[in-house]
Design a protein around this ligand. Structure first.
Ligand code: GLA
Length: 723
């Protein structure tokens, strides 16, 4: 519910178990009074910081008492008005002045969410939109608050409009600012690198800032656009925490800052390193959305909140709850070394096992036999694939398999026909040496002619063959940050325009080919974010397919994202990334905790392993409704314990699927109990594997005995309510 009390000039937003109160100060400043647990619509005037003067905190000229923006809770921090915490916006105007004094002008409340144009946006909800005007310039800011009453999620963004006659320059344009009352907090972030995405790290927030982000032109493996603020005592199942997640895939920043009075400001959005956006008279700049999730049930509650929100309001509606394709991908089976016979043999081996889609990965186009060449030349390599794609697709079809194809649209190889024709289409200056990464350059996605070219080439392929699935990859980060098509004063717009170009091309292709299922990828999980998930119902979680390391990566990813968004494959051993050998059953168990698939040479499997594949797929299909819609409960943390264990419980609590993996075998560890979570205390459940029937509270408080397991051995339990 969203209400406005004109007497006290207070807005109240009530989610399922949180409330937010915003107050319009008599002089017009918008003050955040509360964000936290549910509260009544009382007169919160007693929280007005005015009566107490804090030395060295400037007082704006239009207030009568000691009101200072330095200590008031702000909803969008301004610069140059005595608030010395991090500002949300910094505007350079013609006269060189950068200070802004934003005052309330108007508001509206409406059903649904605002249209963000090119940016990904959450659907549904109810919106409070507050317009603030700058008393010192012609800038106007619209703050949007999208509330989901049945969730504990508030989505926010800001729009900046130039209402004047001369241009202004945005040097920073964050999406939001939230000031929380004084307290002791920890910060959780998800850092990493290629093959090690989304590793959780929790540290105390002291005074000053914890600032995280990616300046790489992509949300990145190195830091995920996610941050959670936890009260000190908060753990996995209990305590207050607030998660922040940007629905954005470009360079970004999130910052938590503890002030002199102990209050905490969380703010962020587009990263402002090298950012400068010219806003001409009458123009509007729209910032990406942030989803803020409140939980009183610890990190687990926050994760379930994000999962419900993303599935219900962000992931593509037409695919989010549908069974996913179970893939065989040839990458780790062949790398670049394949021909028609090899691919057909993989398809032959896949068909009887329950796999339904064959995905041809990198190397099918141009003259690509290694990663030095041909990106940008999106036509079939007939030398390698005699007769082109058609015979392979036909072969798959005959065996009942659909066909999927890999693209890396945003890239260009120096050794390509495209580069020879258009060297200036690569990011950076064609007349100055540029950095390479994986031997490739990045295409300038800010240019219409580039995205038109890609649309045409990809449409030829998608329209010319029966293709049901696309894997959209992106295998390097941006270096020179320069477009030959932008004037000098607009080069600071490059990174944001780049990602808008990417979103635009995906949108155009998806509209033209509505039946094609798109999966995202970026050197594994390098662009795994809420922005990409608005287009791709699932994302390749990591190039690291080692089941033990994957369990950790999937654990970290689950803090902010639903299981169904994680694409998870079984691969061969010794594992190509780590050299480790993990039992086949464990690889299947870990890969069943997401959109499952295979990434190995099925022809090399033993008869026993092939039977296991069949069983694994049958199991996946049986538990898929839980993966798509269920609630995740994290039980044993593989970063801290000698095992990994999670449970996925159906919303009606009649079913649960538990997956665990032991790291190292330990002798004599026979009284180790796994206490389940998320069940209904009074219901009785039968554990399929042991035949035991126990009450929910017994399963949760007494627990089940851990089976004896070898190194990296796994177990699964299927629980079903009995009457
Ligand atoms: C990236 C992807 C892999 C594979 C290769 C192909 O690394 O993450 O899955 O598609 O590119 O070059």
């Amino acid at each position: 519910m969203i209400t406005y009390d004109p007497k006290t000039r207070t807005f109240f937003l009530h989610g399922r178990s949180f409330s937010c109160a915003l107050w319009v100060h008599p002089a017009g400043y918008l003050v955040g009074l509360h964000f936290g647990g549910s509260a009544g619509e009382d007169d919160l005037g007693y929280l007005d910081p005015s009566p107490r003067e804090l030395s060295f905190s400037p007082i704006p000229p239009d207030v009568e008492n000691y009101f200072s923006l330095d200590v008031a809770g702000s909803e969008y921090g301004s610069f140059g008005q005595g608030d010395f915490r991090t500002p949300s916006v910094l505007i350079a105007r013609e006269d060189g002045m950068r200070a802004s004094r934003f005052l309330y002008r108007s508001h509206e409340i409406y059903d649904g969410a605002p249209d963000l144009g090119a940016l990904p946006a959450a659907r549904g909800g109810k919106t409070l939109s507050i317009v603030l005007g700058d008393a010192l310039s012609a800038a106007e800011i619209r703050l949007n608050y999208i509330l989901y009453e049945d969730l504990d999620v508030l989505v926010r963004n800001a729009e900046i409009v130039n209402r004047g006659n001369s241009p202004m320059f945005l040097l920073r344009a964050y999406s939001f600012c939230l000031d929380l009352a004084a307290g002791e907090y920890d910060v959780l972030r998800l850092h990493g690198r290629h093959n090690m995405e989304r590793t959780p790290e929790r540290t105390p927030l002291g005074h000053g800032s914890v600032k995280i982000g990616s300046p790489r032109g992509a949300s990145s493996h190195q830091m995920n656009p996610f941050l959670a603020l936890l009260e000190r005592e908060t753990g996995e199942d209990r305590g207050v925490c607030i998660g922040f997640e940007l629905l954005y895939s470009g360079s970004w920043t999130l910052e938590a800052e503890q002030s002199q009075i102990g209050s905490v400001r969380v703010s962020g959005g587009i990263g402002d390193l090298n950012f400068c956006w010219e806003l001409k008279a009458g123009e509007k700049f729209v910032t990406p959305e942030v989803a803020i999730c409140y939980s009183e049930e610890g990190l687990g509650g926050m994760s379930r909140g994000f999962a419900d929100f993303l599935r219900g309001h962000v992931l593509p509606e037409k695919e989010v709850f549908k069974p996913r394709p179970v893939l065989i991908n040839n990458w780790e089976a062949t790398y670049f070394d394949f021909d028609r016979e090899k691919l057909c043999a993989i398809a032959d081996a896949a068909a009887p096992l329950g796999i339904d889609t064959f995905v041809l990965d990198d190397g099918w186009f141009g003259a690509r036999n290694d990663d030095h060449t041909s990106l940008g030349d999106w036509s079939v390599n007939e030398k390698k694939l005699a007769g082109g794609l058609a015979p392979v697709i036909e072969h798959c079809k005959k065996r009942g398999l659909k066909f999927g194809l890999w693209f890396e649209p945003e890239m260009i190889s120096e050794d390509s026909a495209l580069y020879r024709a258009h060297p200036d289409w690569a990011v950076g200056r064609a007349d100055a040496p540029r950095c390479k990464s994986r031997h490739q350059y990045v295409l300038d996605m800010t240019r219409q002619e580039v995205t038109d070219y890609l649309f045409a080439r990809m449409s030829d392929i998608l329209g010319g063959y029966e293709i049901s699935y696309v894997k959209w990859d992106m295998n390097r980060h941006i270096s020179e940050f320069y477009s030959a098509a932008l004037p000098a004063e607009r080069q600071g717009e490059f990174a944001h325009r780049y990602i808008l170009g990417v979103y635009g091309l995906i949108r155009r292709l998806q509209a033209a080919f509505p039946s094609v299922f798109f999966e995202g990828c970026s050197g594994g999980g390098g662009r795994f974010d809420g922005g990409m998930l608005a287009f791709f119902p699932q994302f390749w979680t990591s190039d690291d397919t080692d089941a033990y390391e994957r369990a950790k990566i999937q654990w970290g990813t689950s803090y902010g994202y639903p299981l169904s968004a994680m694409s998870c494959h079984v691969s061969s051993c010794p594992n190509h990334q780590t050299g480790r050998t993990v039992p086949f059953a464990s690889r299947g168990a870990i890969a069943s905790l997401g959109a499952t698939g295979y990434e190995l040479d099925l022809g090399r499997l033993s008869a026993e392993e092939r039977t296991q594949v069949k069983e694994q797929i049958a199991n996946y299909r049986a538990i898929e409704p839980l993966i798509l819609r269920g609630d995740l409960y994290r039980i044993s943390d593989p970063y801290r314990e000698n095992r990994f264990c999670v449970a996925v419980v159906s919303k009606d609590k009649t079913r649960a699927y538990v997956v665990g993996m032991c790291v190292h075998a330990v002798a004599g560890d026979f009284d180790r109990r796994i206490r389940l979570k998320g069940l209904c205390a009074q219901k009785h459940y039968r554990v399929e594997e042991s035949g035991l029937t126990l009450r929910g509270d017994t399963l949760m408080n007494v627990g089940l005995l851990l089976p004896r397991l070898p190194d990296f051995g796994s177990w699964v339990w299927h629980l079903q309510e009995t009457s």
